[in-house]
Design a protein around this ligand. Structure first.
Ligand SMILES: Cc1cc2nc3c(=O)[nH]c(=O)nc-3n(C[C@H](O)[C@H](O)[C@H](O)COP(=O)(O)O)c2cc1C
Length: 278
């Protein structure tokens, strides 16, 4: 079950003796973004770290990786991975990290989850992505490990790796893994129809991102210490069907859907989107 509760890093066992839970950071990373987040978490928590390594690495370029994944998906194949060397039974909390591929955790992590029973563990997902996928991958994680407690996770866009150090620090403090002050934003107020000015902020944030072709409909915003965060709802705009597609192929194109897009406008800076939820 998703437990949206802060986890104190100190457990009280019988007899009032305090024990510090053992934390493992376990991750897969193809191009080092997730590795960077893993190291940041491990350094701050002084936790042990292990990398999940596929026997046949995904060492091709983006297009080659997409093609290999599509083939594996069509054939229902999960990649073989090296056995995880760490004795997982020694850990209470596992930070599980992955790049989002096709809306969920990358196949080496899917392979790890398929062959490992994490019942009784607390799992903190963390991920990096082009546009989003923390929510969808967390849902898959809950389904894959029904007897583990899946705690709120952290996700960051590959384009915003410069924000990782500060955000991980805040995330760990806000969720009780580290002591120290953190900023707790207010809840977003109710959504209202976007003004021209807000639509311009939305367009500036997502304008040249190839995977998003959407129009903002409603928005709510809240103050952050160094700027404003906007929470937009948007609709996918119909794409011009490629002229070479047959009528049958055109009719199979997905319908326009609703998106939720978070945008950050730091004081004096260009708007950037922080995540998309589809
Ligand atoms: C095969 C493949 C599929 C991907 N699919 C998605 C996706 O569905 N959504 C997304 O936001 N990003 C997607 N990405 C982008 C990666 O999640 C992103 O580049 C990530 O930061 C890579 O992490 P890494 O450096 O740890 O490997 C995909 C990348 C690859 C190679």
């Amino acid at each position: 079950m998703l437990a949206f509760v802060a986890t104190a890093l100190t457990l009280v066992s019988c007899g009032q003796k305090k024990e510090t839970p053992k934390v493992l950071v376990l991750y897969y990373s193809q191009t080092s973004n997730t590795k960077m987040v893993a190291q940041e978490i491990a350094n701050r928590l002084k936790a042990d770290v292990e990398e999940i390594i596929p026997l046949r690495p995904y060492d091709g370029d983006f297009q080659a990786t997409i093609e290999r994944c599509m083939q594996e998906r069509e054939q229902g194949i999960k990649p073989e991975i090296q056995p995880v060397a760490t004795d997982l039974s020694k850990y209470d909390i596992i930070f599980l990290g992955y790049p989002v591929w096709f809306g969920t955790y990358a196949p080496p992590v899917a392979a790890f989850l398929a062959q490992t029973d994490l019942s009784g563990k607390q799992i903190v997902p963390f991920c990096t992505f082009g546009s989003g996928g923390l929510e969808s991958s967390t849902k898959d994680l809950v389904a894959s490990q029904p007897k583990a407690t899946i705690l709120p996770g952290y996700g960051v866009r590959a384009a915003r790796m410069a924000a990782v150090s500060k955000e991980v620090d805040q995330f760990l403090k806000a969720n009780g893994f580290l002591e120290g002050d953190f900023f707790q934003p207010e809840d977003f107020p109710e959504q209202h129809a976007v003004s021209e000015e807000e639509a311009a902020i939305f367009d500036a944030a997502v304008g040249d991102y190839p995977m998003i072709h959407a129009q903002a409909t409603t928005v709510a915003s809240r103050n952050l210490p160094d700027g404003t965060e906007y929470f937009f709802t948007a609709v996918d705009l119909p794409r011009e069907p490629r002229p070479d597609l047959s009528d049958d192929e055109k009719s199979k194109m997905p319908p326009a859907g609703e998106l939720q897009i978070y945008v950050l406008v730091a004081n004096g800076e260009t708007p950037v989107f922080t995540k998309v939820i589809r």
